[in-house]
Write a protein that binds this ligand. Structure first.
Ligand SMILES: NC(=O)c1ccc[n+]([C@@H]2O[C@H](COP(=O)([O-])OP(=O)(O)OC[C@H]3O[C@@H](n4cnc5c(N)ncnc54)[C@H](OP(=O)(O)O)[C@@H]3O)[C@@H](O)[C@H]2O)c1
Length: 313
């Protein structure tokens, strides 16, 4: 199969591309960065230089492929519209990458009991899909799912916090990198508030496996939460402290500590990501696609990683 992958130079797209290549598929990958072309080609990927705004590039590549994986940006509406239009009536798979911050609950580091299931997008009750922080991403996810009616075999993989080593070019997951970056800048590991807030999570290797399964056999218009465990940010921060040999974790408060000289967290990011909960449960990947995640502990991984320079970006 010839698969067009956006975000092939990134953390998720890179892992998906490498896994597809291992299975003997051909991968054509979009990158904005001409300097990555050589490294991508050495991985076996056929690079195409362009951006998600280049409608002609996306259209030609999507039409020339047997399937499309959109892993560059969960929030790029124009790209999704272009890809759907290019594939309309083809019956080809379009696997879109989303993230479980769509059901985030900001609590400044306190645990929330709210747990969300895969029917969440079917209704507007019981959560706040219109909240400004998530409205645009929710609308894109719904648009992708609705494109099944236009003859595209769409799926939305809505990932929780992804962890694990990069599989393609160097890269790292956003939340872990932010915790490590702050720790290095401050000489102490920090967490938002008490750090009791919880994120579901999943290993990058298991994520890549799921794209393969979804490309192969997902039914049109299916939404998946992708998770295989959950953990508090405080426990993650403690594991990072042990690994880096730094003190902490100590509380950090977006309002009071944002101006600290060693602070590298944007207060909005701290509040809505590091200080929030995103607790999801997904059964469809297991029940419908036979997905069997092999990794179940982000703490085990954090405890065994050296946090090389690739964690910085
Ligand atoms: N990592 C997670 O835990 C996680 C979980 C859930 C959802 N997500 C979402 O999934 C998406 C991908 O995440 P990621 O962790 O793989 O991010 P990433 O490592 O930053 O990779 C995304 C790649 O997409 C490419 N890209 C970005 N904007 C582009 C544009 N306008 N046109 C063309 N290419 C563009 C960039 O590669 P080039 O520089 O080569 O162009 C970038 O390296 C993000 O929207 C993220 O919010 C991530």
């Amino acid at each position: 199969m010839r698969v067009f992958v956006t975000g092939v130079g990134g953390y998720i797209g890179g892992a998906v591309a490498v896994r597809l290549l291992q299975e003997g598929h051909t991968v054509v990958g979009l990158t904005r960065d001409g300097a990555k072309v050589g490294a991508l080609a050495r991985l076996g990927i056929q690079p195409v230089v362009g951006t998600l705004d280049d409608a002609d590039v996306l259209t030609v590549q999507a039409r020339g492929a047997d399937a499309v994986v959109n892993a560059a940006d969960s929030d790029h509406l124009r790209a999704v519209r272009t890809l759907v239009a290019a594939l309309a009536g083809s019956g080809k798979p379009l696997i879109h990458t989303s993230g479980s911050s769509i059901v985030g609950v900001g609590t400044d580091g306190e645990v929330s009991s709210a747990i969300f299931h895969e029917d969440v997008l079917d209704s507007d009750s019981g959560w706040e899909p219109e909240h400004p922080i998530r409205k645009a991403r929710v609308a894109i996810d719904r648009l992708v799912l609705a494109a099944a009616e236009q003859g595209v075999r769409t799926a939305v993989l809505c990932h929780s916090l992804i962890y694990g080593p990069a599989q393609g070019l160097p890269g790292e997951s956003v939340l872990i990198a932010a915790l490590v970056r702050q720790a290095r800048a401050a000489g102490v590991v920090r967490q938002v508030g008490g750090g009791g807030n919880i994120w579901s999570n999943v290993h990058l290797g298991d994520v890549a496996e799921l794209y393969l399964l979804a490309l192969e056999k997902s039914s049109p218009g299916t939404f998946y939460f992708v998770e295989s465990g959950e953990e508090s940010i405080g426990a993650m921060a403690a594991a990072i402290a042990r690994c880096l040999g730094l003190p902490g974790p100590v509380p950090w408060h977006p309002d009071a500590d944002a101006d600290a000289a060693d602070s590298v967290w944007d207060p909005q990011f701290a509040m809505h990501a590091l200080g929030s909960n995103s607790r999801v449960r997904g059964s469809r990947a297991r029940d419908l696609l036979g997905w069997r995640p092999r990794h179940h502990s982000i703490i085990d991984w954090l405890s065994s990683t050296s946090f090389g320079e690739t964690v910085e970006r």
